[in-house]
Design a protein around this ligand. Sequence first.
Ligand code: SAH
Length: 350
Amino acid sequence: MIDLKSMLPEELAQYIQGLGQPAFRAMQVFRWLHQGVESFDEMSNLPKALREKLASECRLSSPTVRHKQVSRLDGTIKYLWQLWDGNFVETVLMRYKYGNTICVSCQVGCNMGCVFCASTIGGKARDLAPSEILDQIIFTQKDSGERVSNIVMMGMGEPLDNFDNMLRFLNLVNHPSGLNIGMRHISVSTCGLIKKIDKLASLGLQLTLSVSLHAPEDHTRSQLMPVNQGIGVNALMDACRRYFQTTGRRISYEYAVIDGVNDSDDQADRLADLLKGQSGHVNLIALNDVKESPLKPSRRVRQFQQRLESHGITVTVRRRLGSDIDASCGQLRRRSMKEEISGAEKESAG
Ligand code: SAH
């Protein structure tokens, strides 16, 4: 079955024209798809024969809400979606004064193996198609009645490990006849795949690249993030500098502060040293609890921040949203259907 919603407008036009239809039909279909219709019959301005033809050749993805949780603390909403093949992914909608930010997943699970993150437990089941990344936004808007203005690719998965689908998703979501969300309202977060950082740089997109750094020296970073082994912090920082030179976009460095692991003054000094001469900024994240991990949040976040600031580094501390519903960074996880359904039933019973 053809995945229409993953097609760029020009590809859609080619396909529709191939069916003997005029080109303008393609944009009609494109608009309907991006509005989140759940059947071809809803595409009411298309001739019936075309709707039937599309229904016989194409798959119209619409994930179902398997579970929805709303934080009592801050109104953050977490969705667990069931995909067409029975896999699950999570999406988080965060409400800020300046607009809503959605955190989308790009893979079912993750292969990167970061020791502090729940998304990688059990590895990666598969990549998400562009349409499946997009659907998280379309159907979150539809279900919640809220409009999304900013996107962060910081849910489950490693965006640069699903590069082509990520790129197609970015082009789709950015399209004026679709959701029309500007690149400057989109952040892509990576654990640091340097070849892919260079590839992204060459495209010159105006999005914000976030790099998950988490430690300034190889010894610690390789322990926390296996992806660092064989690459190393210096090579990563070189790639980040090239990215800035090529795109003119500052990088945001994410740093989850972990008790006794990466929170010493000495490490703050080394981190500042790494960032010298770069106009990047550091986003500190209080480590969120993942029950399989023995790591604890640092008690020195404030001191660590001040130490960095004393070197002239711009630092922000990420607000923790949705912590009562395990919707914070690193808490999204791939679940088996059995586990999830029994969990959801228990909750609705109690
Ligand atoms: N794969 C991408 C996006 C995933 S998560 C990446 O690695 O950047 C988004 C951010 O949450 C990353 O910076 C990630 O390192 C961080 N994170 C993961 N687990 C966390 C945890 N338990 N507490 C705090 N931050 C965490």
